[in-house]
Design a protein around this ligand. Structure first.
Ligand code: A2P
Length: 275
């Protein structure tokens, strides 16, 4: 009830609001709250909006004359009719303190241009693709694991997700379930997509930061594969600044070279949205 009221007042100013140029105004289709820190939402997709799986876009709300925009990885695949996002809730965050109150039917603003480094074109071909994520950093991978092109380029996909607590893993666990059970995507993921989750605070069968699990060899032992090898593996990394720094150091130590659109390489990194 409180959520609906707050959302209504946040959206009330929308009527007097002029949509800026190069911005789409889209409708919220659904919202799912996982914890007091995490939620996901789906919005309508403008017909002319094109993006590559793994990219991010700027999102805002029509609640101010000059709306605050923040970068959000698109969590839905490029073929989906709707756009999905996975967001943190920051109590005083300029955008997320309002965004966390949206309900179906509300308006969300979307800048027209998407971009990002976590795209398949930034990596050279190899056998195995690791997608290493913490917190909301799983969002771009939620898009990529549902994109047929990922499976055209790689034989085996390993999605890792580490959060503080078990409830924070729910979005990724459900995503994985859907990806293997869905009639169409299941044909792609069948036997080729592995989901590897851990927590660092709440009790869970597998615990530890992904950096620790890489360094002590648990990740590779659990998966039954050899350690990181640039001859066979490619790595995409998405999480907090500290996490990016530490995982990047580990893959560089293993001899991986960072890739970009203009010069594809062995690994790519991108910061998960905060604020
Ligand atoms: P920890 O609980 O030890 O801080 P957050 O919600 O703060 O973004 O964190 C998400 C997950 O990322 C947590 O499990 C957290 O572990 C982990 N994490 C934080 N910093 C790093 C880092 N430098 N390297 C690897 N994992 C990290």
């Amino acid at each position: 009830m409180q959520t609906a009221d707050l959302s209504h007042s946040a959206q009330a100013s929308a009527t007097a609001f002029a949509i800026p140029a190069n911005v789409y105004a889209e409708k919220v289709v659904s919202v799912t709250h996982y914890t007091d820190r995490l939620f996901s939402f789906r919005i309508t997709r403008p017909q002319s909006f094109r993006f590559r799986s793994g990219e991010f876009v700027m999102i805002g709300l029509p609640n101010a004359e000059r709306p605050v925009f923040r970068a959000y990885s698109i969590a839905s695949p490029a073929w989906d009719d709707e756009l999905e996002f996975f967001s943190i809730k920051v109590p005083d965050g300029p955008l997320t303190s309002h965004l966390q109150k949206i309900v179906a039917g509300d308006t969300v603003l979307l800048r027209q241009k998407s971009t990002g480094t976590l795209v398949l074109d930034a990596l050279t071909p190899a056998k195995r693709l690791y997608m290493i994520s913490t917190g909301t950093g799983i969002a771009p991978f939620a898009s990529l694991i549902r994109d047929p092109e990922t499976y055209e380029k790689f034989d085996q996909i390993i999605l890792t997700h580490t959060c503080r607590d078990v409830a924070e893993l729910e979005y990724g666990a459900e995503l994985y379930r859907q990806s293997v059970e869905d009639a169409l995507i299941g044909e792609l993921t069948n036997g080729r997509l592995t989901y590897y989750s851990s927590t660092t605070r709440g009790r869970f069968p597998r615990m530890g930061r992904i950096t620790a699990l890489i360094e002590n060899g648990s990740l590779f032992a659990d998966l039954g594969v050899e350690a990181f090898d640039p001859a066979n593996d490619r790595v995409m990394i998405c999480g907090s600044m500290a996490m990016l720094h530490d995982v990047k150091a580990l893959v560089e130590k293993a001899g991986f070279r960072e890739g970009s659109h203009s010069e594809p390489g062995d690994f790519v990194v991108e910061r998960a949205f905060v604020g």
